[in-house]
Ligand binder design. Structure first.
Ligand SMILES: [Zn+2]
Length: 195
């Protein structure tokens, strides 16, 4: 089932997600629905707060980057198979020289901004079978994980840009909250006035 994606301005996007356990109600169904919703919206990642649940769950499928000709063959091959479900994730370490990458977000349609982050992370999480993993992830895959991880910490990429840029997009963000935007997927807008 396709779920509506929660738009910028909704308080659920600002909550710190809570850990879940195996008994979380209808977890398999929730993950299936999130996968369908992400594919429909053509995203590479989707976090539970974006469908209205403040829990520590996000899913990633970086395979669209397989066709990105700006990347070298090795990274393309790695991203082609980078499909994971992260539950109760905790980033343990972020390393390397900061680099800039242009980010977007399904909750913030039509806005893209350069965001600075570190290129290499160590993350601990459990998968959909609640098996524990500790992994080192680098490059664009790390970037996607950091973006989704921020969601479960109540942080959005627009928090990480300069105050000048924040001022420049302020009106656009307000309009997104009011539903004055036209994405190709279903959304739920916190300040949409119903007639
Ligand atoms: Zn996002």
């Amino acid at each position: 089932m396709i779920l509506p994606i929660i738009a910028y301005g909704d308080p659920v996007l600002r909550k710190v997600g809570v850990d879940i356990d195996k008994d979380y109600p209808n977890l398999d169904e929730l993950i299936t629905n999130m996968k369908e919703t992400k594919v429909k919206a053509q995203g590479v990642g989707l976090a539970a707060p974006q469908i209205g649940k403040a829990i520590r769950l996000f899913i990633i499928d970086a395979s669209p980057f397989e066709k990105d000709e700006e990347l070298d063959d090795k990274e393309r091959a790695y991203l082609a198979n980078f499909k994971k479900i992260f539950i109760n994730a905790k980033i343990l370490k972020e390393e390397g020289d900061e680099w800039t990458f242009n980010e977007g977000c399904l909750s913030i349609p039509d806005i893209r901004e350069d965001v600075v982050r570190r290129p290499k992370i160590t993350i601990e999480y459990v998968d959909e079978n609640f098996e524990k993993h500790t992994e080192i992830i680098e490059g664009i895959a790390a970037r996607i994980v950091q973006h989704e991880y921020d969601h479960i910490e109540g942080i959005l990429f627009t928090d990480k840009i300069s105050s000048l840029k924040k001022r420049l997009i302020k009106k656009k963000l307000e309009n997104i909250s009011k539903g004055k935007v036209n994405p190709d997927y279903r959304m739920k807008f916190p300040l949409l006035k119903r007639k």
